[in-house]
Design a protein around this ligand. Structure first.
Ligand SMILES: [Zn+2]
Length: 54
């Protein structure tokens, strides 16, 4: 387990940010956030595109 720390940031107006070493956790949290806060369905591929080194 030597994955880099990654982060996903939502729209600045939203302010949501998640940061983890665990990509799966980021995917889970981001998809749940998108659904709950934006009524949007994002796929794992979408989240990975949004992911940056933190
Ligand atoms: Zn958001």
């Amino acid at each position: 387990m030597s994955e880099k720390l990654k982060k996903v940031e939502c729209d600045p107006k939203c302010g949501f940010m998640v940061r983890s070493h665990d990509e799966k956790e980021i995917v889970d949290i981001t998809t749940a956030h998108a659904k709950k806060s934006h009524n949007m369905t994002v796929t794992e591929a979408d989240v990975k595109k949004m992911m940056k080194d933190a």
